[in-house]
Design a protein around this ligand. Structure first.
Ligand code: IPE
Ligand code: IPE
Ligand code: MG
Length: 248
């Protein structure tokens, strides 16, 4: 059987991993540094995590980088986070492109400064034919906002109520054509969803670690994947093992 470098059987590797990259501020606080240093360290770590994702054979990675609620943070922090996004595009785009990463954005792009919108669109255009990893960047993203946006578009398109199905709604979300996340990882120990992929997470498995995002390394990522590989995903049914037993 083909095995990944993690020794997890390939068929047990999640197709789509989503990450709530949390704990940058506390990471900085612990070191007596400003919060923005935590965000910079978090960005450094993101580069490593993307590389590991490709190595583990995960096809889709969604990262929560800025929520619709994060606008409520102090203005200097918001400004710093906007600059970090631009910096990442300016300095990492070519390398990501070489590595075969296809960049996508989820969230309200029109809510960002025109200069940032332009950079994001350029990154999407440049990488659109890559297929080694699909990287969805959730920036100015909120799960409720995404659903509101979908409802508005459905109404604008004049779709009759009887045609509004689970599948149709999925097509109107920012994540249209992306499979639901199999595994969601949240760093820094918070036991909440924080408005992330609330529709798509209906049957996702969760892995929550107390580690702050800048310290979330490949070993721990592997551990999360190993944990996922052992889960029995029942999707509301009974496990396949039990069915076999009852038929015996
Ligand atoms: C996550 O780290 C990054 C963003 C939300 C942009 P935080 O900034 O939330 O870090 P904590 O939770 O305050 O430690
Ligand atoms: C979620 O983290 C948002 C991102 C990681 C971008 P937050 O730090 O904003 O979430 P809460 O406030 O702890 O719920
Ligand atoms: Mg946080």
């Amino acid at each position: 059987m083909a095995e990944t470098p993690s020794a997890i059987p390939l068929e047990k590797i999640p197709q789509h991993v989503a990450m709530i990259m949390d704990g940058n501020g506390r990471w900085a606080l612990q070191r007596g540094l400003p919060r923005l240093s935590g965000h910079k360290a978090g960005t450094e770590n993101l580069r490593r995590v993307i590389r590991s994702t490709v190595e583990f054979g995960v096809k889709y990675l969604t990262i929560y980088a800025f929520s619709t609620e994060n606008w409520g943070r102090p203005p200097e922090e918001v400004k710093g986070l906007m600059l970090i996004l631009q910096d990442v595009i300016d300095h990492e785009l070519n390398e990501l492109n070489r590595e075969g990463v296809q960049l996508r954005h989820i969230g309200r792009l029109e809510g960002l400064e025109p200069r940032i919108q332009k950079k994001v669109l350029k990154a999407i255009e440049l990488t659109k034919n890559n297929d080694r990893l699909i990287l969805n960047v959730a920036f100015n993203y909120g799960g409720r906002d995404e659903i509101v946006c979908a409802i508005q578009k459905i109404i604008n398109d004049g779709i009759p109520a009887v045609d509004v199905t689970d599948e149709l709604v999925g097509k109107y979300l920012f994540t249209a054509n992306v499979p639901d996340p199999d595994l969601i990882i949240r760093t820094s120990g918070e036991l909440r969803v924080s408005n992330f992929l609330i529709w798509q997470a209906a049957y996702s498995e969760w892995y929550i670690t107390p580690t702050f995002w800048p310290d979330f390394d490949k070993e721990e990522y592997r551990h999360a994947l190993e944990s996922f590989a052992q889960r029995d995903r029942r999707f509301g049914k009974v496990s396949s093992g039990e069915l076999l037993e009852s038929n015996a």
